[in-house]
Write a new protein. Structure first.
Length: 116
């Protein structure tokens, strides 16, 4: 159970950090974000929130209420990304990635309860 928790959490954290980095440094990601109609300041907010959530998810000793907010925030981000890509008629693989990471996030949360 511990292994499943750390694998799922690690994959989610990697996604958060890599996507935050792409929001800052990849012109393609920045252009895609703008094409979805989001303002630029929202992109910067998401970078900060993703990095904070990644740090919170990595520290198992934090109070449960703090971790719950991180899980909820990441889940909301994934749901928002799904809706935005669907409304923008982006390729289906973009939404499949969001679904996969939502499942990984859910598994991480479930196994967190069982492990800690």
């Amino acid at each position: 159970m511990v292994l499943i928790y750390w694998i799922t959490t690690g994959l989610v954290v990697c996604m958060l950090v890599l996507s935050a980095g792409s929001y800052l440094f990849s012109q393609g990601a920045i252009d895609g974000f703008q094409a979805l109609g989001f303002p630029d300041y929202f992109r910067i907010q998401l970078v900060a929130l993703k990095l904070i959530a990644a740090a919170i998810l990595l520290v198992p000793a934090l109070p449960l209420v703090v971790k719950e907010w991180a899980y909820a925030g990441v889940g909301l981000f994934l749901l928002t990304a799904f809706i935005a890509h669907y409304a923008h008629k982006d390729p289906i693989w973009l939404n499949m990635i969001n679904v996969v990471f939502f499942v990984l996030l859910s598994l991480s949360r479930i196994f967190y309860s069982k492990v800690f």
